[in-house]
Design a protein around this ligand. Structure first.
Ligand code: TPP
Ligand code: MG
Length: 279
C-alpha cells in the first residue's frame, strides 16, 4: 500500500539521518564502504520498516521473514537500520570495525543481533537465501526471504545457478532486490563485465521481474507489495535503479568511493549537504 505523505516524509528523514550516521561511523574508523552503503539505504528502510515482520523483541520467531544482504560490504547501513529496529543501541555504531566489535566490516550472524546471514564473498548470498526460503516453506511457514544483490554479486556464476534452482524449486517466497547502481569496486559495470539486458536475462532464467526507482520509498513499497502478491510459483527480482553514493554529490556514481576512507573535509562537506537536503 502506498505510504501516507507523513509516513513517507518521516522515512525519508530517517534515511537522511542514516546516511549521516553511517558516514560518521566510517569517518571515525577511517575505513569501510561509503558508496554501496548509501546506495542501499531506501531498500533496507522499505524492507525493515514497511515490508517485513522482523521484530527485535522476537528475533527467534521461526516464521518471520529474513533479509540477506548479499552485498555484505554495505554492512554499515544494515547496522544502522538494525539499530533503529532496536537490535542494539545506535551508539554502538561508533564501534564499527573496531577490535572485538559486534559490528564487523561485513555482516556476521555470530557477532551481530539481527543479521540473518554472514556475507562478504560476492555471489554466495542468493544461494543461501534460496536454501532459507526452501527450508521455511518445508516448515510450513509463509515467510519471505529477501536477498539484496549488487552488480559485483550478479557478476558471479553462482548467482545464476541459484536463479535456475529457484525456478526449479518454484521458490515464490524468494524475492531478490537488485541494488542496480551500475558501479562496482573499480569501475562501471559496463567496463568491468557488461551486463546487457538484465531484465531479459532474469526473465530468460524463469524469474518474474519488476523495476523501480530504488531511492523512492513509495516505488519500492509498491514493487515489494506486488512481488509478494504473485501466487504462481516463480521467484521475483526487483530491479531497483539506484545511485552508488546516493545523497552526497561528490560520491554519487564514483567507484573511487567504493571503499575509500572518508577524510575530515569530505565528511564535513557530506554532512552539510545531507543536512541541507533533509531540511
Ligand atoms: C567473490 C568476491 N570477489 C571480490 C570481492 C571484493 N569486492 C568487494 S565489493 C566488490 C564490488 C561490489 O560491487 P557491487 O556489488 O556493485 O556493490 P555496490 O555498488 O552496491 O557497492 C568487490 C569486487 C568480494 N567481496 N567477493
Ligand atoms: Mg554496484
Amino acid at each position: 500500500m502506498a505510504l501516507t505523505p507523513q509516513r513517507k516524509a518521516s522515512l525519508d528523514a530517517l534515511c537522511t539521518q542514516f546516511r549521516i550516521d553511517v558516514l560518521e561511523a566510517l569517518y571515525g574508523v577511517q575505513s569501510g564502504h561509503p558508496g554501496g552503503s548509501l546506495s542501499v539505504c531506501e531498500i533496507l528502510a522499505a524492507l525493515y520498516f514497511e515490508e517485513t515482520n522482523i521484530d527485535a523483541s522476537s528475533p527467534n520467531k521461526p516464521d518471520r521473514d529474513r533479509v540477506v544482504l548479499c552485498k555484505g560490504h554495505a554492512a554499515p547501513m544494515l547496522y544502522r537500520v538494525l539499530a533503529e529496529k532496536g537490535f542494539f543501541p545506535v551508539s554502538e555504531m561508533k564501534t564499527l570495525r573496531r577490535l572485538n566489535t559486534r559490528l564487523q566490516g561485513h555482516p556476521s550472524t555470530t557477532h551481530t543481533p539481527g543479521v540473518d546471514l554472514s556475507t562478504g564473498p560476492l555471489g554466495t548470498g542468493l544461494s543461501a537465501a534460496l536454501g532459507m526460503a526452501l527450508g521455511l516453506r518445508l516448515s510450513g511457514y509463509n515467510s519471505k526471504v529477501y536477498a539484496i544483490l549488487g552488480d559485483g554479486d550478479v557478476n558471479e556464476g553462482t548467482v545464476w545457478e541459484a536463479c535456475m534452482s529457484a525456478v526449479k524449486f518454484k521458490a515464490d517466497n524468494l524475492i531478490a532486490i537488485y541494488d542496480w547502481n551500475r558501479v562496482q569496486l573499480d569501475g562501471r559495470s559496463s567496463d568491468i563485465l557488461p551486463q546487457g539486458d538484465m531484465e531479459a536475462k532474469f526473465k530468460a532464467f524463469g524469474w518474474r521481474t519488476l523495476s523501480c526507482d530504488g531511492h523512492d520509498l513509495n516505488a519500492l513499497v509498491e514493487a515489494i507489495d506486488k512481488a509478494k502478491s504473485y501466487p504462481d510459483g516463480r521467484p521475483v527480482v526487483i530491479l531497483a535503479d539506484t545511485i552508488k553514493g546516493k545523497g552526497v554529490s561528490f560520491m554519487e556514481g564514483q567507484n573511487a568511493w567504493h571503499g575509500k576512507a572518508v577524510g575530515e573535509a569530505d565528511y564535513k562537506k557530506a554532512v552539510a549537504e545531507l543536512s541541507k537536503a533533509g531540511e
